[in-house]
Design a protein around this ligand. Structure first.
Ligand SMILES: [Zn+2]
Length: 213
């Protein structure tokens, strides 16, 4: 049966085909570089390294910004493909806050806890108030968990041992362990996030008085 419906369908099909033909002509003109002879292969761009994982950190723990800044610097200079930065507003990827012991279980020795991996917003719960130097060690450890690291005791003196500095020599009197990450920590994080290990620089211990800010 010939009717208006059949005619309309034919018209519609013609319109669609015309649009596709137009697109087929338009696309090569848009990507052709001015001045390049037609058909000449374009140079392949050099491969770019993957961008670093960017994670914002909001400090909601009064008095611990100094410690948090040291911990962030340690990871940012480790060679791990990550960039942590302080954000001064709630809703950051990572929030550092002081809590009662409830978020971290009932072990009275626990200093802080957080989640493993950075697949969603994370909170670092500080449940034991330590001095700023030990807190820097705690925070570099908790940030390590957020980068995907579990506890490990095989690397000697390292940040990711279950207890703070458990395989490390104590600092001399009046000093603190200002080299917060060991090569074992960085290498394990590089296996997760990529990057290139950098040789450790700077002193292992620093005088506490120089950082009393
Ligand atoms: Zn831990």
């Amino acid at each position: 049966m010939l009717n208006g419906t059949g005619h309309d369908l034919g018209t519609a099909l013609v319109v669609v085909l015309a649009a596709l033909v137009g697109a087929a002509f338009a696309i090569p003109m848009q990507i052709q570089k001015p001045g390049s002879p037609p058909g000449q292969p374009q140079p392949t761009p050099a491969p770019q390294p993957d961008p670093a994982v960017e994670l914002s950190v909001f400090n909601a723990a009064p008095g611990y910004e100094w410690s948090l800044t040291r911990a962030i610097e340690a990871w940012n200079t480790s060679g791990v493909r990550v960039h942590l930065y302080l954000a001064h507003e709630a809703g950051a990827d990572i929030t550092v806050t002081i809590a009662s012991s409830s978020p971290c279980g009932s072990d009275p020795d626990v200093a802080a806890c957080t989640g493993l991996g950075h697949s969603g917003p994370r909170t670092i719960w500080i449940v034991q108030r330590l001095d700023r130097f030990d807190e820097a060690g705690v925070l570099v450890h908790e940030l390590g968990h957020i980068l995907g690291l579990k506890h490990d005791t095989s690397g000697g003196c390292a940040a990711m041992t279950p207890s703070l500095w458990e395989n490390c020599d104590p600092p001399p009197p009046g000093e603190w362990r200002c080299r917060l990450l060991a090569p074992a920590d960085s290498e394990r994080a590089i296996r997760i996030l990529g990057g290139a290990a950098r040789p450790a620089t700077g002193a292992v211990f620093c005088r506490t008085g120089e950082f009393a800010s």
